[in-house]
Design a protein. Structure first.
Length: 176
């Protein structure tokens, strides 16, 4: 299977992109202490302010800046290690728990298996993204006064919800 994937240009390009982005994110944290470039305002020779954030794309930064003058590309690179790392953790946990549960469901007789399949099959039809959005909205949306819980707690809750939502349908597919 690895040979099959390595023959595909899309796979190689995608894998290299993720590896470079992840490596760049880690290097940014190690070399820059995770600091993101920021230009608060531009002034001319006399000290008059001639430009203020948010900056348009290709004026100061490639993709522009946020309202506080932080470089958007630099922000994406800095956060990539968390996004990629948490995504890999979610995928591994989903597969691990689903395989464990499928090993218990597989040997059951057909009547019980069909009953379990009927209960969990709606999870394959209903978009899990919508369910996750409604559950995680309060965790993902930052209030005006900032988050009141630490990042690790919010990330752990998100991982738990995203893993728990996928386990029923993935377990049914694996056990089938």
């Amino acid at each position: 299977m690895l040979v099959f994937l390595l023959k595909r240009k899309r796979f190689i390009f995608s894998a290299l992109f993720l590896i470079v982005l992840f490596t760049g994110s880690i290097l940014n944290t190690l070399l820059n202490d995770g600091k993101i470039r920021q230009i608060r305002f531009h002034a001319d020779e006399k000290g008059n302010i001639v430009g203020r954030p948010p900056y348009a794309p290709f004026t100061e930064y490639v993709l522009g800046s946020d309202p506080f003058g932080y470089d958007l590309v630099h922000m994406m690179v800095e956060g990539a290690k968390w996004t990629i790392g948490i995504t890999i953790a979610i995928v591994i946990l989903r597969i691990l728990f689903s395989i464990i549960l499928a090993s218990f469901i597989y040997p059951l007789n057909n009547r019980i298996y069909n009953c379990i399949k009927t209960m969990f099959e709606p999870f394959t039809v209903v978009p899990q993204t919508i369910i996750a959005y409604f559950i995680l909205f309060s965790v993902l949306w930052m209030p005006l006064d900032g988050f009141h819980t630490p990042f690790w707690l919010r990330a752990s809750f998100q991982v738990f919800i995203l893993v728990a939502l996928a386990i029923p349908s993935l377990t049914i597919h694996i056990s089938g």
